[in-house]
Design a protein around this ligand. Structure first.
Ligand SMILES: Cc1cc2nc3c(=O)[nH]c(=O)nc-3n(C[C@H](O)[C@H](O)[C@H](O)COP(=O)(O)O)c2cc1C
Length: 193
């Protein structure tokens, strides 16, 4: 008999990637911190982020149908947290970062972030208290210094994650195993049965 106990269902996965969502709102770049974000489709490349219906950033995304997702490094934690506790309705968040643009005029991206992707809206799914914004990535931007053998190197990009309900930010821990590899031993074992 397993000694499982039940806890309230309104729970978060842990950890969650912390990102900054960029949009043009009332002609000005604005950034919202988000943790309810994930990759959802390979081809076309779709990422989705759940944005509260009252968020200022959502107004800009709906108006222009484009936005950016920027993955910050740990040294940006103070500014990232600030973007998550202050609304662009009450403060100008456009001066916090070096902003650059790629293909999409109204998708401001953050120069300090090791990875910035610009997206056009693929769909917006209306959920009870959030809008699940699905974005198709039209271009992804990084720098040579964050790459090893031409690929994003997580140790160089140094992202951070959020855990709830303890409300903590964490950097990456120890590397555990080779993904898509470590399970192969069990595959061979089961096939030889
Ligand atoms: C760590 C963290 C994660 C957050 N994740 C989300 C999220 O996934 N979706 C969301 O709508 N708001 C999220 N928020 C809250 C918004 O970032 C916050 O309400 C922000 O002030 C909204 O900015 P805006 O009104 O300028 O758009 C998060 C805040 C923090 C600090």
């Amino acid at each position: 008999m397993l000694s499982k106990i039940e806890i309230p269902p309104r729970i978060s996965p842990y950890p969650m990637q912390v990102v900054l969502v960029g949009a043009t709102v009332n002609d000005k770049p604005n950034f919202l911190t988000a943790a309810w974000m994930n990759r959802l489709n390979g081809s076309p490349p779709l990422w989705g982020v759940a944005i509260g219906k009252k968020q200022y950033t959502l107004e800009g995304i709906k108006e222009h149908q484009v936005f950016s997702i920027n993955i910050p490094s740990a040294d940006l934690v103070e500014k990232v947290d600030y973007c998550g506790i202050v609304s662009g309705r009450n403060a100008d968040k456009s001066k916090l970062f070096n902003i650059f643009y790629g293909k999409l005029t109204n998708a401001p991206m953050i120069g300090e972030c090791p990875l910035a992707v610009e997206c056009k809206v693929f769909d917006i799914v209306d959920l009870p208290s959030t809008a699940l914004v699905l974005g198709e990535i039209v271009a992804a931007h990084t720098e040579e210094r964050f790459l090893t053998d031409g690929k994003i190197d997580p140790l160089k990009a140094n992202p951070f994650v959020l855990t709830m309900p303890d409300n903590s930010y964490w950097t990456l821990g120890d590397r555990l195993a080779d993904a898509f590899q470590v399970g192969k031993r069990l595959k061979h074992d089961s096939m030889s049965d």
